[in-house]
Design a protein around this ligand. Structure first.
Ligand code: BJ8
Length: 384
């Protein structure tokens, strides 16, 4: 299945940012740094940083390797899972190649079963994530954070001290605040940045391994855009309809959804998903709690549809509709993602209950439905 000799050729085919990220990662590996591959926002990055390792996202965002994955996985499965597994077995993802260990969580059924197969070709540690956010779940999850600490200590022969965890918490909180400042530009009317550009800046965070440098870049970008806004420069005018995107991760859907929304005359100003707010809302308590407890609490409270109930997602959508002056909500579900698909009903009620327009889209990584989506987006935006 796996042929590492293909790697140099394959790098040529990667998009520039990812290619550059690969070179940086290779340099880091040459210096002896350890790499942890991740798949989900529930992975507590603080633990990885406290082990002096690099964290890299392995979620794949295109359909190139899906036919290969479908030889082993059902066709009727979420494209994110098929694509990620496809990249692993074809050795087309340099980040997977360089990962010393992969950390996954029991989020949806598809991912947790895929990890069993992935474990046959890579060292894969699966954290048992509870699917509710109560006290008992917190105890289980705290234990899982401790297990991860143990696993990384053994794997990398390091000691993850309380002090190192506290340092990592500070760094990650700084990052969250910096990204939130940038994201809040979307509250300005009109927004000084296109949604597709914001998405790019947020998504590239996965491939920037010098976190302090990334924060600098984001701060500069924020200042720059504020200045432009104050000088009256912005890509849209005050009457441009403002869209909130919610649902599954949109890494593989930029051209098909976000850019097409812009093409038909609207502006995406808020992402309530894992590229956006799920990633940076909520800080880890730095002051009043034991670091492991504080980390476990913050991550368990992420409002993903794999949780039941998941009322916090609805609360956040209400809050963002108000704060970001939203006219319409587009709820994006990747094909065969049951939890997000079922939750569309509650999102619809929440949005329409506030008198706002709602559109649900189910799609995958192929381009075949792009024209049909454009027609639906056009009709939706016209109505706003
Ligand atoms: S915290 S959104 S990254 S689970 S889309 S693989 S749920 S079938 S990606 Fe996700 Fe973590 Fe939640 Fe975020 Fe399964 Fe659905 Fe596919 Fe998904």
């Amino acid at each position: 299945m796996s042929n590492n000799n293909n790697l140099p050729e394959i790098f040529e085919t990667f998009a520039e940012a990812r290619k550059k990220g690969f070179l940086t990662m290779k340099e880091e590996k040459d210096k002896g740094r350890k790499v942890v591959g991740t798949f989900c926002t529930y992975t507590p990055r603080e633990v990885i940083y406290a082990a002096d390792a690099i964290s890299v996202s392995l979620c794949s965002t295109n359909d190139e390797t899906i036919p290969e994955a479908e030889k082993y996985l059902p066709k009727n499965l979420c494209p994110l899972i098929k694509s990620s597994y496809g990249f692993a077995i074809t050795d087309k993802c340099p980040y997977m190649y360089f990962s010393d260990i992969i950390v996954g969580e029991t989020t949806c059924d598809g991912k947790k079963k895929m990890y069993e197969l992935l474990g046959e070709i890579k060292d894969t540690h699966v954290m048992q994530l509870p699917h509710s956010q109560n006290k008992l779940s917190l105890e289980i999850w705290k234990n899982e954070v401790k297990e991860l600490i143990k696993k990384l200590e053994e794997k990398f022969n390091v000691k993850i001290t309380e002090e190192k965890l506290k340092e990592a918490i500070k760094l990650c909180n700084e990052e969250r605040k910096t990204i939130k400042d940038f994201f809040d530009l979307g509250k300005l009317v009109p927004s000084p940045i296109k949604g597709s550009e914001m998405h790019e800046a947020l998504h590239s965070s996965n491939y920037k391994f010098d976190r302090k440098l990334y924060m600098e870049e984001i701060k500069n970008l924020t200042d720059n855009l504020k200045e432009k806004y104050n000088n009256g420069e912005h890509p849209f005018d005050e009457n441009t309809p403002r869209i909130l995107i919610t649902g599954c991760p949109t890494g593989g859907l930029v051209d098909k959804i976000i850019k097409q929304i812009e093409d038909v005359g609207a502006s995406v100003v808020c992402f309530e998903n894992c590229v956006g707010t799920k990633n940076f809302e909520m800080l880890v308590d730095e002051e009043n709690k034991d670091p492991i407890e504080a980390i476990a609490e913050r991550y368990l409270n992420i409002p993903c549809s794999i949780m039941t109930p998941n009322n916090e997602r609805m609360n956040r959508i209400k809050q963002y509709i108000d704060e970001y002056n939203i006219d319409g909500v587009i709820d994006v579900t990747l094909t065969a993602c049951h939890t997000y698909a079922i939750e569309t009903e509650k999102v619809r009620r929440t949005v329409e209950g506030l008198g706002k327009s709602y559109l649900a889209i189910e799609t995958n990584y192929s381009n075949s439905d792009a024209p049909q989506l454009r027609t639906r987006l056009e009709a939706f935006v016209e109505m706003l």
